[in-house]
Design a protein around this ligand. Sequence first.
Ligand SMILES: Nc1nc2c(c(=O)[nH]1)N[C@H]1C(S)=C(S)[C@@H](COP(=O)(O)O)O[C@H]1N2
Ligand SMILES: [Mo]
Length: 422
Amino acid sequence: MSDNGKTGGATRRGFLTGAMAAGAGIAAAGAARAEGDPAITELQPWNQYLGDGVDARPYGYPSEFEKHVKRRNVEWLTADTVSSVNFTPLHELDGIITPNGLCFERHHAGIAEVDPAKHRIMINGLVDTPLVFTMEDLMRFPRENRVYFLECAANSGMEWRGAQLNGCQFTHGMIHNVMYTGVPLRYLLEEAGVKTNGKWVMPEGADASAMTRSIPLEKAMDDCLVAFKMNGEALRPEQGYPVRLVVPGWEGNMWVKWLRRIEVGDQPWHHREETSKYTDLMEDGKARRFTWEMDAKSVITNPSPQAPILHSRGRTVLTGVAWSGRGTIPRVDVTIDGGKNWHQARMDGPSFDKSMHRFYYEFDWDGSPLLLQSRAHDSTGYVQPTKDELRAIRGENSIYHNNGIQTWYVNEQGIAENVEIS
Ligand SMILES: Nc1nc2c(c(=O)[nH]1)N[C@H]1C(S)=C(S)[C@@H](COP(=O)(O)O)O[C@H]1N2
Ligand SMILES: [Mo]
């Protein structure tokens, strides 16, 4: 193999130099010694057989050693699996893209298995010409590629009254970040011709829940996509195959899957999902309505309860994700001592509007207990609040839009736990 020399020499030396430059030091790195390690001295089984040929895996899947990397349910939330939710394993991922098979799912009537040849998208209501598109018609409009996060408004909802679920998969896993390919909704609306009194649109799903939400026309004409590809390939059935609405930065419930109809109207419809659900009950018993935008939020994914620190001390990589429904994330602060000292995290990877951002903070762990927190700043200048700051305004009866700062306590053994500090 041509890259042998590189792996043995230059890269490793470069790695150590880099570590010293970062102030972590060689001794702290705890790199394994070659002598006597059977992983080095013994011939491994995979070195002694011919592996699968190129016909064995026509559609690729992860290594069998990655079986633990999967979507998970919270048992008491999932009495009924067809109207339910599972969670993205954020602690197992890196970078900013959520692989298709790991995107959390939320459906109200199970996964519809839609035949694209029989699927139609209708535009009706206050339009000059009601239109019906086949999937092939849709493909003839100019398309765009955009990376966006989708967060269910109920993400972290179980944490309103205190620390509850043990793992960022469960506290923050109702989110995924995907590159969509789709046609701007604007093109379809322009094709039909929106009448001057048309001010709202109502997308409707083809599943048994016939999901509907009211969206103001300005948003529909701005950045919404009628998407048919995710991360380059067809949408997964779980995510609305063959077509879903993408509503960048706005709560996941509005991203109607299995999209079959868009009605144009002169006022909002006030359907179930925007009245009894997805409104925020305040302390005084009144409810906020139409809280569409997702506020800036972040979470440390490693270390976290499902991803303990496995070494006893020394160089440690802390990482996490941050996002905002209003723009980009230019800055994330991190503390390892419960807020006594804050450090600016290192942002890495692409920074897109209304997309997840990846941050890192490399530090030397002295083996003492840690209180980890991250705090996102978005491009509007908004700073992620503490949970107490949020409760002071919103009370404790809410479910939705909990973007408070998350705390993980890490003990001397490196085990992490969901806690709150006040
Ligand atoms: N047709 C339809 N669209 C839907 C839903 C649904 O049940 N049916 N669930 C909504 C909710 S509440 C959320 S949070 C997102 C979840 O998208 P995902 O399954 O891709 O994670 O889809 C939304 N769109
Ligand atoms: Mo949702």
